[in-house]
Design a binder for this molecule. Structure first.
Ligand SMILES: Cc1cc2nc3c(=O)[nH]c(=O)nc-3n(C[C@H](O)[C@H](O)[C@H](O)COP(=O)(O)OP(=O)(O)OC[C@H]3O[C@@H](n4cnc5c(N)ncnc54)[C@H](O)[C@@H]3O)c2cc1C
Length: 275
């Protein structure tokens, strides 16, 4: 289920969708949400782990834009969690690694008007890795000046090239190619370049067909008021919760005890990080 309310500000998204399912419905309406960049990634895991989006420079992480969660609790009750109902659970779900509190069955997401945008991938010879890193470092400093800009770089083995390559994923949240902020990136000679102006759904499908080994991300971030680490990208880091700070960690455990007192999800739901 993906539906938009009548004033086009809230998209209700069933947790079983992937991001292509979402963009397929919203793109033709000229609307988008702060969601995943790749078509096949699930709505549930991405939003419960943080959620980095092409639109994060403007609106923050995916979890910052969840207005309400419909959640199935360990006792079988279905509740809503928002700033107005079950507010502590709402706080915890926004970045507290979702597999600790319940099964989310629907996400109500803040929606916004969005036309076509620019994005894609550029592949570089391995010899250009240093200039790519330097350009990325400079972009990080400049990015806060342009909230529409987004860039990640990645290094990996590319089967088609038969060797290691550098990859950049620039994106711009408007239908503008090669915006000024990408001036330095545009100077690096590319092997091939898939950037173009397209809908979110088209870009997400194209990105799904590209393989990466290691990604480094940057986008300007609005301030956040919930304790979180993007756990969706931290799977190899072990104890991510120590980074939340003791106060937030204690608060998360209190919420867990209240909503799942016997630890059903801790024991029976695999994946992500357990409190
Ligand atoms: C190719 C690729 C591209 C990616 N791109 C991005 C990106 O653009 N931005 C970003 O932030 N991250 C991105 N990620 C990371 C991604 O967000 C995480 O891998 C995330 O865990 C994927 O969620 P899923 O639902 O597909 O996976 P799953 O493995 O199904 O879920 C991950 C965990 O969340 C739990 N879970 C899922 N749904 C629910 C639910 N409804 N209620 C409770 N628990 C639930 C599952 O039990 C599991 O433990 C990407 C990952 C890949 C592999």
């Amino acid at each position: 289920m993906v539906s938009l309310n009548s004033d086009r500000t809230v998209a209700k998204v069933g947790a079983g969708n992937n991001w292509y399912d979402v963009y397929k419905v919203l793109d033709p309406l000229g609307i988008s949400v702060v969601g995943g960049r790749e078509a096949g990634v699930g709505v549930g895991g991405l939003l419960l782990g943080g959620g980095i989006s092409y639109f994060s420079g403007r609106y923050g992480w995916g979890c910052d834009n969840v207005l309400n969660y419909e959640v199935v609790l360990a006792n079988g009750k279905i509740v809503n969690a928002s700033p107005y109902r079950n507010a502590a659970l709402y706080w915890a779900l926004r970045g507290g690694s979702g597999t600790n509190f319940g099964i989310v069955s629907r996400f109500d997401l803040g929606a916004f008007e969005q036309g076509l945008l620019w994005g894609g991938n550029r592949f570089y010879l391995w010899d250009n890795k240093d200039v790519l890193v330097d350009t990325f470092a400079k972009f990080i400093v400049d990015a806060p000046m342009d909230e529409f800009a987004h860039l990640y770089i990645s290094f990996g083995y590319n089967i088609q090239l038969g060797g290691f390559a550098g990859i950049a994923g620039p994106a711009y949240g408007r239908a503008i190619s090669n915006a000024t902020i990408f001036e330095d990136l545009n100077k690096i000679p590319v092997l091939f370049d898939t950037t173009h102006i397209a809908s979110m759904g088209v870009l997400a499908v194209e990105l799904n067909q590209t393989d990466f080994l290691r990604k480094v991300e940057s986008f300007p971030q609005p301030s956040h008021n919930c304790a979180k680490i993007d756990t969706s990208h931290e799977s190899q880091l072990g104890d991510v919760f120590s980074g939340y700070g003791q106060k937030s960690l204690t608060r998360l455990k209190v919420v867990q005890k209240k909503y799942d007192p016997t630890g059903v999800f801790k024991r029976l739901q695999p994946g992500y990080f357990k409190l």
